[in-house]
Design a protein around this ligand. Structure first.
Ligand code: GLY
Length: 554
């Protein structure tokens, strides 16, 4: 009889989560299976990491139009040939925007910065993707954009999430939006129905034929301006023509031997992430044990301090000097390490600052990642802000118009839709970029990207990305387990430790309450993805089981 040979393969720790996708040359993850498939097709055709990212981004714009799209913006961290840069394609306030445009009699006018035509900033996604592609693309833009165009022209099946978004936001859509995203009877399209976006397909074709310029100075630009004007918005031809993509250095830090490269201002994400990792590096995160009260308490105390600092001095770096050292300087990290380590009980939010704000709610936005075995990578988060942005589609273009103006502090100290507050640094001003929480992030080893992380989720983006990194680096999870594992969130105000179902056992909750935490259950936090180069050199990736995403590669 043959002897039974037990082969023990060293693998990363994992629970019952679906196994990650694995690949040799390159891997891509996105929140929509069809978008991931678009990226995989471009990978198979010999595209660069940036080609794959641009193809996936455009396909996400078509398949998740309630989360992001041509009428919105994005932030991307790109690592090619050993060099990291970031592309800031964030929306800008139109030239006619003014500091108090959403304020009347000393109060923020409800809905003006979210559901009105004045809620839309000048979109940056198209020029940003074209700029990335011009610099780092290998295949023609027409090839890279082909999957997205065919999804828009030929149609895609309405997914569960798409249906849910149509049901949730359908009432807010303008007639041009209803004509696409609702049935003639005004109902959300049923799951499985074929959704065709023919105007969007034509817009994409013009974008490709003009290397993006039609969107800013051509037929699309003229149609966009006319549509926004007709509904009382502020856009002008000069606003679109003058939109500038900004290339900026990444925010950098290190964590347990990895270099962390993330997005700097106008996002708060990179600075807060690097700060929190710096604080937690002093803790035995693994030893605290995933899911224990001690671990969750340590996370919460770290998170709330970071978010308390977010409320001050953060905004568009081109209009307000942002002092990075105030967030990630060695002295600050040392102080925070001491404070967090010394916090036996939950520190009341009021002790961390005097601003008082109201509860938050979750939202949309889309994150995608690409990782190549040669060390190239892209982390890209794109958004129209809330579900279907401002609820307006520019008639004749199929373009969903963002409501990113709500990411400004309409009134210093007053919370936006995410319950986030800001000060003068993030006040509305002409041409200014609103503060973001998007946190596209790369981890590097020896100058090569080995990890790609990020998530949608408004204020929860930053803490979701943090936990993805901790899950892989400290808890030894593979990419599938890392994105699947339950998460927690604290954003200082509301002064609540938010947790997902199954994140905390009853006795863990009791222990946290005993330390003074007020607990709030939320059905889910984020919809991220993780890509990782495992110790054996193979690539693995997973999209969040909370959403409809997939990962795949070659
Ligand atoms: N609109 C969400 C964000 O940029 O954080």
């Amino acid at each position: 009889m043959a002897a039974l040979v037990v082969v023990v393969v060293p693998v990363a720790a994992r629970g019952a989560w679906p196994a990650p996708a694995r690949a040799e040359r390159g891997i891509v993850a996105s929140p929509q299976a069809l978008a991931t498939r678009a990226g995989e097709a471009i990978l198979a055709a010999g595209g660069s990491a940036v080609d794959v990212a641009v193809a996936t981004s455009l396909a996400v714009a078509v398949t998740e139009p309630y989360g992001s799209g041509l009428g919105g913006g994005a932030l991307a961290v790109v690592h090619v040939d050993g060099v990291t840069t970031t592309f800031d394609m964030r929306e800008t306030a139109p030239a006619a925007a003014t500091r108090d445009m959403f304020v009347k009699d000393g109060h923020v006018v409800a809905g003006e910065s979210t559901w009105s035509a004045r809620a839309s900033g000048i979109p940056g996604l198209v020029r940003g993707l074209v700029a990335m592609h011009k610099r780092y693309g290998r295949l023609p833009l027409a090839v890279v954009a082909a999957p997205a165009i065919s999804y828009a022209r030929d149609g895609i099946p309405v997914s569960e999430r798409m249906h849910a978004a149509m049901a949730a936001y359908g009432e807010r859509l303008n007639p041009a939006g209803r004509a696409i995203f609702l049935t003639p009877a005004g109902e959300p399209w049923p799951v499985g129905a074929l959704l065709r976006q023919t105007d969007l397909a034509r817009t994409l074709e013009r974008v490709v034929a003009s290397a993006g310029e039609d969107f800013y100075v051509g037929e699309t630009a003229r149609t966009l301006v006319a549509a926004v004007h007709a509904e009382g918005g502020l856009w002008t031809a000069a606003d679109l023509a003058g939109y500038a993509v900004k290339e900026r250095p990444p925010v950098t830090g290190s964590y347990r031997g990895y270099a962390v490269h993330s997005m700097g201002p106008p996002s708060s994400g990179g600075l807060l992430l690097v700060q929190m990792l710096g604080v937690l590096e002093a803790s035995d995160v693994k030893g605290l044990d995933f899911g224990s009260a001690a671990y969750v308490h340590r996370l919460a105390e770290t998170m709330k301090r970071a978010f308390a600092m977010r409320a001050h001095g953060l905004g568009d770096p081109d209009q307000f000097p942002v002092d990075w050292a105030r967030f990630i300087g060695a002295g600050v990290i040392s102080r925070l390490r001491r404070d967090v380590a010394g916090a036996e009980r939950a520190t009341p939010a009021a002790e961390l600052s005097e601003v008082d704000v109201k509860p938050t709610e979750s939202t949309h936005t889309s994150h995608l990642g690409v990782l190549f075995a040669n060390g190239d990578a892209v982390a890209l988060t794109q958004t129209v802000n809330l579900g279907f942005g401002s609820g307006r589609v520019a008639a004749g273009t199929g373009v969903v118009l963002n409501n990113e103006m709500d990411d400004f502090s309409a009134l210093p100290g007053a919370p936006n839709a995410f319950g986030l507050v800001g000060d003068e640094a993030n006040a509305v001003a002409a041409g200014k970029r609103p503060l973001s929480s998007m946190t596209p992030t790369l981890l590097l080893k020896d100058g090569e990207a080995v990890g790609v992380f990020g998530s949608p989720g408004g204020s929860t983006i930053i803490t979701t990305t943090l936990q993805l990194v901790l899950n892989v680096v400290d808890h030894g999870m593979d990419a599938g387990a890392a994105v699947g594992a339950p998460r927690v969130h604290h954003q200082w105000y509301p002064d609540a430790l938010i947790y997902e179902p199954w994140a905390l056992s009853a006795d863990t909750r009791a222990a946290l309450e005993g330390r003074g935490h007020a607990l709030t259950l939320r059905d889910h936090l984020g919809n991220g993805s993780a890509l990782w180069r495992a110790a054996d050199g193979r690539l693995e990736g997973a999209a969040d089981p909370r959403g409809e995403g997939t990962a795949g590669g070659k």
